[in-house]
Design a protein around this ligand. Sequence first.
Ligand code: KIV
Ligand code: NA
Length: 268
Amino acid sequence: MRKSLSFLQKNVAAGEKLACLTSYDASQAYWAAQAGVDVLLVGDSLGMVVQGHSTTLPVSLDEMVYHTQMVQRGNMQSDTPAYCIADLPFMSDTSVDQAMASAARLMKEGGANMVKLEGGKRAILIVDALSQMGVPVCSHLGLLPQSVEKHGYKVQGKDSHSAEQLLRDALALQKAGADMLVLECVPATLAQEITMQLSIPVIGIGSGMNTSGQVLVLHDILGTTIGKTPKFSKNFLHGQTSIQGAMRSYVDEVKQQSFPNKSHQVAD
Ligand code: KIV
Ligand code: NA
């Protein structure tokens, strides 16, 4: 049976770490699910690692639907299908109405189980509306790749003012109905504090070891990213002889809490 949101919540409550991995096509999704990955994220990072763009901004909703369809076809052939989250791409969620229509496509055509959107304050009304409509929502705070043209790739929450703002945003998103939260490149102690204050699962990337789980980009863990791999990631193909082995090793290390360690966080 496919992993459900309540199954994930139960495991988090029992102290298990969630192993999440991006996935963009059927075979990647199938093998990741076979390896025990809990959540497959059809990330708009596909704009960079699949399409070769330098940011995620060019990714269209049609493309997100297409990749989500492929991922879910592969995932559902697995013996242990994962929960599947799809990203709302840049400018597909500029209003409640547009976000609602975009989420409908990701779920009805793509088969996504949950949609993810970037942002704090600006996302509150959208999260509330989606949630009331019965759409599971994952919020995304910290480094926001869709805002890179305005803010650059920088660590958020480093000073006490922005740290408090991040915590306030996280609580407000949960109150609005968010079911999950991704924290990207947030200082480890702040990520831990947010995880403790929230009742929903908090998934970290570059945000230290004390979140409810981890997410990484598939190409980064296989060492096939063009150019520089972020320092918070790790090549799990080292010491393995197959992609399947690398995926299993990633899941094992997240579950055993040997990944991430201090060298994989962007700040204390
Ligand atoms: O698009 C993506 O891959 C993401 C993760 C890095 C969280 O949003
Ligand atoms: Na993304």
